[in-house]
Ligand binder design. Structure first.
Ligand SMILES: O=C(O)CCC(=O)C(=O)O
Ligand SMILES: [Fe+2]
Length: 195
């Protein structure tokens, strides 16, 4: 693992580690998680209309942990061995015992994630969130809460780990925009601790 590269999101500093794992391990995880995780495309209700979520996802957590996301309470899937090992490593780096992970699969440039903060009540007051990416790079954009202006964009590419410290979610939103560029699949794992 390389030294942390600081990302200034005043008054917070996020840490980017890239490369995070060995190249062989990152390639292996990308292939095996892409193939074996129980991916599905969620239906979301936005202002009274149903839409397909613009990406595939799945949610994995310790037994007994429940999570509400976009108005849906999800039952967790169990941890595959390789993902449990990755969780333990990410937990060690971030200094938090993560008990769940939201997995996102962006099939191409038309898949995206809208502006949001990871601030669901079940994450507690000031959650640490750690995000591992495999596959094609996409810009991870930040803007201050209450502002529309884009502040910073962090390229999150293959074999990267971004640690967002406690408090950051209270001040900042993030998202992954659609792009007309030709981009292949990208897998993102957002580790969280549900209280
Ligand atoms: O794909 C990403 O890098 C972002 C995912 C994300 O923000 C989330 O799952 O909450
Ligand atoms: Fe997020």
């Amino acid at each position: 693992m390389t030294a942390a590269h600081p990302i200034d999101l005043f008054p917070h500093t996020a840490s980017l580690f890239q490369p995070f794992l060995s190249a062989a391990e990152a390639d292996r995880l990308f292939r095996s998680l892409g193939e074996h995780l129980p991916w599905y495309q969620a239906r979301l209700n936005l202002f009274g209309r149903w839409h397909w979520s613009p990406r595939l996802q799945c949610w994995i957590a310790d037994e007994g942990v429940a999570y509400t996301y976009s108005g849906l309470t999800m039952a967790p899937e169990p941890w595959p061995d390789d993902l449990a090992r990755l969780r333990d490593l990410v937990s060690e780096v971030a200094g938090v015992r993560f008990n769940s992970v939201l997995c996102n699969w962006y099939r191409n440039g038309q898949d995206s994630m809208g502006w949001h903060s990871d601030d669901e009540p079940e994450l507690g007051e000031a959650p640490v969130v750690a995000s591992v990416t495999f596959g094609d790079e996409r810009p991870f954009q930040f803007r201050r809460k209450g502002e529309r202006r884009l502040a910073t964009s962090v390229p999150l590419g293959h074999n990267s780990l971004l640690v967002m410290p406690a408090g950051l979610q209270g001040d900042w939103q993030h998202g992954i925009p659609k792009t007309r560029k030709s981009v292949g699949p990208r897998l993102n794992l957002t580790f969280r601790r549900i209280l």
